[in-house]
Design a protein around this ligand. Structure first.
Ligand SMILES: *Cc1c(COP(=O)(O)O)cnc(C)c1O
Length: 362
């Protein structure tokens, strides 16, 4: 079965670790000792409570999440957090700062505008988001309710390699596409959120890590499902949680622990990205998008000389067993997403294919 699997460069939902899929498949009809599928049991059962608690504990262990932070498993994807963040954290009269490094940050900014005063504290749009702003380029609002950033811009392929210093304002970070791809100093953030479907599991579950004191900002006027305080008080079980997604996420975390945790996966991610970027830099044939010091290790974006050549590349790559290389519809070009679960062998195979393609078309 696994021999039929392609090299999956999809940006999300994305490749999952094979051992995770195999375990899920083995236990799909009946969890060991339970005799029912994880999809068939009550979320209030001891079995599911244990799955949820284990996922949270592993998450805390992997990222060193302090006890002063809550971990929530919610629904609605990162896009729902674009609204939930200002709804919970931006009180009337306050201002929220947004650092824009691509389409996702722009979407978050646009959504937040519906709820209060928001300001662009930095943008690299004039470079087509080929880089992130430097610390000295940020224009932060004194006393801002929070500062929002996107650690990795999935579409443009840039990534932050420093955590902006935003003073006393809580830093809110959309980590959807690089969460748990490297160690995280959680204490530098007020809120971290991520749709799971890139680096953590399947779509349908959204992780929110929030500093406890910020929960005091959530007012009773908010819809209960979008209220961080209510979700936290109910241990992510205000309603039926995305049980299957949380189960798979738990298996991914177990796999990640077995692989040596975040420092170990970072080394592998660095190596995979370095291999691919080295090929892109080797000749003028490939045109990598992001500037060298901001290149994403998760989403490698590049162009070729002409759009026809890009089309030919995507087509021939698909035929050769490399799926999902077409760039996002917003920017075109080629994008190779190489998240945690993407195998190193797939990167080497792609590089080989690229050399051969260059020979034929260069
Ligand atoms: C994919 C993505 C989103 C959107 O996630 P959904 O879960 O589909 O809402 C938001 N931000 C970033 C950085 C992403 O990569």
């Amino acid at each position: 079965m696994s021999e039929n699997r392609l090299f999956n460069f999809s940006a999300g939902p994305a490749v999952l670790p094979l051992p995770v899929l195999e375990e899920a498949q083995r236990d799909l009809l009946a969890l060991p000792g339970v005799g029912m599928s994880v999809m068939e049991i009550s979320h209030r059962s001891k079995t599911f409570e244990d799955i949820l608690a284990r996922a949270e504990a592993d998450m805390r262990e992997l990222a060193g999440i302090p006890a002063t932070y809550k971990v929530l498993f919610l629904q609605g994807g990162a896009s729902t957090q674009f609204a939930a963040v200002p709804m919970n954290l931006l009180a009337p009269g306050g201002t929220a700062d947004y650092i824009l490094t691509g389409d996702w940050g722009k979407k978050a900014y646009k959504e937040a505008k519906k709820f209060g005063a928001v300001k662009v504290a930095g943008t690299t749009e004039s470079t087509t988001f080929a880089r992130v702003p430097r610390q000295d380029e940020l224009q932060l609002t004194p006393g801002a309710a929070y500062v929002h950033m996107t650690s990795n811009e999935t579409i443009h392929g840039n990534q932050f390699f420093y955590v902006p210093d935003v003073g006393d304002a809580p830093l809110v970070c959309d980590m959807s596409s690089d969460v748990f791809s490297r160690p995280i100093d959680v204490t530098k953030y007020g809120v971290i959120y991520a749709g799971a479907q890139k680096n953590l599991g399947p779509s349908g579950v959204t992780v929110v890590i929030i500093r406890e004191d910020l929960l005091a900002r959530s007012t009773d006027a908010l819809p209960s499902m979008l209220n961080y305080k209510i979700q936290s008080e109910n241990g992510s079980m205000y309603n039926t949680p995305p049980a299957f997604g949380i189960y798979i996420l738990g298996l991914v975390l177990k796999w990640l622990k077995g692989a040596g945790g975040l420092s170990a996966i970072e080394v592998i991610n660095e190596r995979k990205a370095a291999t691919l970027y080295a090929e892109l830099d080797r000749s003028g044939f490939w045109k990598p998008h992001a500037q060298k010091d901001c290149r994403s290790r998760m989403n490698v974006t590049f162009r070729l000389g002409t759009e026809d050549l890009e089309k030919a590349f995507a087509k021939e790559a698909t035929a050769a067993g490399f799926d999902g290389l077409k760039g996002h519809r917003a920017v075109g070009g080629i994008r190779a997403s190489i998240y945690n679960a993407f195998p190193e062998a797939g990167v080497s195979a792609l590089v080989e294919f690229m050399r051969e393609f260059e020979k034929r078309h260069g």
